[in-house]
Structure formats: C-alpha cells, structure tokens
Design a binder for this molecule. Structure first.
Ligand SMILES: NC(=O)C1=CN([C@@H]2O[C@H](COP(=O)(O)OP(=O)(O)OC[C@H]3O[C@@H](n4cnc5c(N)ncnc54)[C@H](OP(=O)(O)O)[C@@H]3O)[C@@H](O)[C@H]2O)C=CC1
Ligand SMILES: N[C@@H](CC=O)C(=O)O
Ligand code: NA
Length: 365
C-alpha cells in the first residue's frame, strides 16, 4: 500500500491569531486525514519547539510546552536547512507581524517552502520585496497566500484576484479597512447614544485582540495604509510603499515620541479632548466621523484618513469591528461589489490563514 501523503507545517508566532490558528489546524488535521499534516516547528520570538527526527509536535498542548521550552528560535537560513532536510513538502505559517520574518519570504519560497500568513509586512514593504516574493514563488513553484492581510478572514484578496484574473477592470476600491478603527469609531461616535471615552475604547480594542501588537500602528493610519498598498498592487498599481501617499495619523503630536505602546496607552487619556473636538465638529453638521481609505486606480490616488458621513450612510452604520470594502469595476458598473463583516479578531483572522492553507494543500500535496 502506498504511504499516506504528508505535508509538514512550520509555524512562527503563537499570539492571539497563532493560538486560534492552532485550534483550527487541529480540527483540519482531524477532518482531512490526507495529506497527513505534521507540525514540525513552532516558535515565538524567544522560544521554539522542534525535533531533530521531525517527530510530530502534539498540537493540543503546544502553548504550555512553548512556555517551558529550552529551545531558541532558528534564524531563517537555519530554519530553511532544518525544514528542507525533512524531505517532505513544507508550509510555513507566519503568524507574526515581524518585518524580519517577512524579509526572508523570498528565501523560504526560493527553497520550495510555501507560505500562508496574515502578516502585512511582506506585501506592503518595498515594491522590490513584493517583486522578489512573487518571482521566487514562480521560479520554485512554492505557493504564497495572504488573505488575512486585508480584512482578516473576509474574502477580500481572493475576490480582487478573481476580478483581475477574469479580466475585469477595477476602477476604485474604498471603505473601512481596519477592525480597530471601525470598533473605535462605532463605539466612540455611534449614530445614536453618547459613545465611550476615546482612550478607554483604544484599551478595549487591544484587549479584544483587534489592534496590532503595538496599537500605535493602527492609530497612526499605517495599518490601513499597508492594506491599501496591498490592494493597489494587486489592482495593478506600482505603489512604492505605505508611506508614499497621504495618511492621516490619530496619534496626538505630544505622544509621537513616546517609547513604548504601554506608555502611550497610559498617557493617551490626557489627550481625549482632541478626539472629542473632532467628534463634536461632525455632530454639528448632523454627521459622524469614520476612518476610511480609498484607491482611485485611474488617477493612481491612494488616501487614508478621517471623513464625515451622514447617519444613514452604510459606513456610519457599521457595528463592532466590521470592515466594509466596495469594489467598483467595469463589469459591476455603478453598483459596487461589497464585502462586509468582522475585520479583526483571532478566530476570523485564523480562518483566513487556515483556508489559505487548504488552498496550498490542494496544490502541493
Ligand atoms: N489580530 C487581528 O485581528 C489581526 C491580525 N492580523 C495580523 O496577524 C499577525 C499576528 O497578530 P496577533 O496574533 O494579533 O499578534 P500577537 O502580538 O498576539 O502575536 C504575535 C506573535 O508573533 C511572535 N513573534 C513576533 N515577532 C517574532 C519573530 N521575529 N520571530 C518569532 N516570533 C515572533 C510573538 O512572540 P512573543 O510572544 O515572544 O512576542 C507572538 O507569539 C500580525 O501580522 C497582524 O497584523 C491580521 C488581521 C487581523
Ligand atoms: N489591527 C488590524 C488587524 C487586522 O488587520 C485591524 O484592526 O484591522
Ligand atoms: Na481577507
């Protein structure tokens, strides 16, 4: 009888998204016996677990084992050497927000290791890195999927790729692209009722797992700028970087040089009046303020920032961490294709990563 097909899984990052991914990987491994999924490596920034004989790491108690592990993470070249020597196909799951890990994607892909990830850094860094990633994948045949890098598990990247690959012409993409910003404005400036205190809502968004590891990366607009960079590139624009177009930051000037995210959160309440003023100015016009982004493909204009909306506008009426993303295309005419739903949170983000893994398995196994 032929041996069962096996695909090894290596995971970097076991935080909010990483833990949820582990749960979904366990379910997937139970539901789909073939190919056999074998966890051969997992690390955080300080700890790792791997076996020199590639014996499977049990998924169920991996978080506690990681905490007590005495193994250190392997740097990308060593990790590649370890993964390649197994002789089995391997998928790397990058559940970090690390630029260093992202910079190593061309090396992993060039060595035949496929990648699935919610990390935006690789696809929104320099345009050169973007080109290196996709040419390394093309040359080796390894696959790279990053659905959760925009709109968490919402089918945003796959939809845009489908539009482009089937020959539609995307003219404009606009909407709310941040789960954190959506949650903040929906609770701080709701369409009815008083709303909460800005700094308290920022803390809540972090506790709910919506923010980036450092919430300033959301509040400075860069997280949305990264997502728009990714979408603009997929739509055919050669956007150089997420800082090459106008991005509005909500970080108070006085806190721009604060050393850590924790110190920033401690000091933020003293500046709540700034956001209260922005909210009051919109209220005077019978509107609410929301944090949005847009890509105008024809004019190559990308922008990110605050805008005022009538209370009846779909963007004003969003709930929780919902994103809403409208694709205007030649085929869809004046009624855009709209995707809406939770745009942040561990489980919904891990879902995008797990479904990417399923796509890779169907091609490499
Ligand atoms: N949270 C969400 O709703 C969404 C998140 N994402 C993306 O998912 C990714 C993960 O987010 P989240 O789980 O919330 O973040 P967390 O901060 O909760 O977890 C990050 C994990 O990555 C590890 N890590 C960081 N740097 C390195 C490194 N250089 N090498 C090895 N491990 C490293 C951390 O280790 P340690 O604990 O030791 O620091 C931690 O285990 C990010 O890229 C984020 O942008 C995308 C969509 C939605
Ligand atoms: N911090 C991000 C997480 C998902 O990309 C957000 O709030 O949208
Ligand atoms: Na998505």
């Amino acid at each position: 009888m032929a041996a069962a097909k096996q695909v090894n899984i290596a995971i970097i990052g076991a935080g909010g998204v990483g833990k949820c991914f582990l749960g979904q990987l366990e379910t997937l491994a139970q539901r789909r016996p073939s190919p056999k999924l074998v966890l051969t490596y997992i690390s955080t920034s300080k700890k790792a677990i791997y076996n020199s004989d590639y014996a499977a790491i049990a998924i169920n108690d991996v978080s506690s084992k990681l905490a007590s592990s005495s193994q250190a993470p392997l740097a990308p070249p060593k990790l590649i050497e370890y993964l390649k020597s197994s002789g089995s196909k391997t998928v790397l799951v990058d559940n970090t927000s690390s630029q260093d890990v992202a910079d190593a994607y061309p090396l992993f892909l060039g060595n035949g290791i496929s990648i699935v990830t919610p990390n935006k850094k690789a696809f929104s860094g320099s345009y050169e890195l973007w080109q290196e990633i996709f040419s390394a994948a093309e040359q080796s045949g390894a696959k790279v999927y990053h659905e959760s890098s925009v709109g968490a598990g919402l089918p945003v990247i796959s939809t845009l790729n489908d539009l482009v690959n089937t020959g539609d012409e995307v003219t404009k993409i606009e909407g709310v692209f941040s789960g954190t910003m959506s949650f903040l404005f929906n609770s701080f400036a709701p369409t009815s009722g008083k709303g909460g205190q800005w700094s308290a809502e920022v803390r809540k968004a972090k506790e709910l797992g919506y923010t980036e590891p450092d919430p300033r990366d959301d509040l400075n607009g860069l997280d949305v700028a990264r997502k728009l960079t990714i979408l603009a590139r997929l739509a055919g624009l050669e956007v150089e970087s997420p800082t090459s177009f106008p991005v509005q930051s909500l970080i108070p000037k006085e806190l721009e040089s604060v050393a850590t995210g924790d110190e920033f959160l401690e000091k933020l309440p003293a500046f709540d009046s700034q956001m209260e003023e922005t909210k009051a100015a919109a209220e005077k016009e019978g509107k609410v303020v929301r944090f949005v982004g847009s890509i105008d493909v024809a004019s190559k204009q990308v922008k990110v920032g605050l805008e005022k909306f009538d209370l009846s506008h779909p963007i004003a009426a969003l709930k929780g961490s919902d994103n809403i993303i409208s694709f205007y295309t030649k085929r869809y005419g004046s009624n855009p294709l709209i995707i809406q739903g939770a745009g942040a949170g561990g489980e919904v983000t891990a879902m995008g990563v797990t479904s990417d893994l399923i796509k890779v398995l169907s091609q490499v196994a």
